[in-house]
Design a binder for this molecule. Sequence first.
Ligand code: SAM
Length: 404
Amino acid sequence: MRLHRNLVFAVIDALNMIFNERNYADKVIEKVLKYDKRWGARDRGFIAETTYEIVRYKRLYAEIAEVYEPYSRANLFRLFAVWAVLRGIPLPDWKQLEETPVRRIKGRFDELSKTRKFRESFPDWLDELGEKALGNELWTKESAALNKQAEVILRTNTLKTTKASLKKALAQEEIETTTLNEFPQALKLSVRKNVFVTQAFKDGLFEVQDASSQLVADYLEVQPGQRVVDACAGAGGKTLHLAALMQNKGQLIAMDIYESKLKKLKIRARRNGVHNMETRVIDSTKVIKKLHGKADRVLLDAPCSGLGVIRRNPDSKWKLEPEFLERIKGIQKDILRDYSKMVKPGGKLVYATCSILPEENAEQVVNFLNSEAGESFELVKEQNIYASKSGFDGFYMALLTKKA
Ligand SMILES: C[S@@+](CC[C@H](N)C(=O)[O-])C[C@H]1O[C@@H](n2cnc3c(N)ncnc32)[C@H](O)[C@@H]1O
């Protein structure tokens, strides 16, 4: 591989915005990719993937390069040089890469790789937390799996098409996909491509949604004609799936505390041909109270640490803080206590997170069941999904029923 100056400079700019200015990696990459319209798919892929890789391994590369935050431009080039050397990419004779100590980099890599928190590049507190929560063996595998690039998975929108027809439509647009056995509506891209520009996407034939996430709506066992509440709907990845499972029949109420997210959901719903959904902003407790005892099904896809989806958001390793985890656990507890009241007797509730920490998952459910609000509920089943075992995002889901 030959390194191109303007692409490498774009990576350095992106790293500066992510590490020093603390912007979100996905937003930064979106911005940097707009620098030059002439860049092709391969150039864009280089910028995005190289930036993500250096974000993933920030701690390891910084230890190898012996550089500390905030990173000067010269030090960002040193991080880049570590990435290039470890990949075996020949370094060009640019002045920014002069005097790169290739042998020393390889030596330090071998030494530091013996220690998990350096090898997998996790902050001390998170590495300790992961080991305490999952045990040494599972966390060692999981921390490695969370550093793998996530594949692109699509969910067929069964309101508009079938998986087989979607596969064909995408093939006509030169997008090859394979099916995944345990996921009825999923297609996996054989080669990473921008699927948002396809006609199939514009026609609402699919949404991009990780395979683990596709299990959540199924878990709620919805039926056409029911009243279903998605209480933490966000931009509605799971709401759209619920609408499809309900075959557009019944009432689907999507809620969130952020109106901006629900606005995005409305746009997606239109594209998906969803007609049975309405959105409600949770701007007071009244919004929830109005629905007490009225819902056949309630989905609580709760806000969480996102530890299960680090493959997609590697910068969250560096943004997450112990205080945030404590705060979010409090919110999860409140959500379970307050929103579960919307379930009618005999109805069902799913509590889900994209975290792998028991304290956000099974322990929240146990505490809820032992509380006054939870005494009329029973746990039917629960599932922990680990990236190291499934190859997809880490997730947790629990199905509860309210006694009739
Ligand atoms: C894991 S995300 C939801 C993702 C979404 N269900 C999907 O599939 O695309 C959690 C959502 O909960 C929302 N949220 C945070 N606090 C909340 C609260 N107290 N009540 C309702 N929603 C809340 C966040 O704005 C966020 O959109």
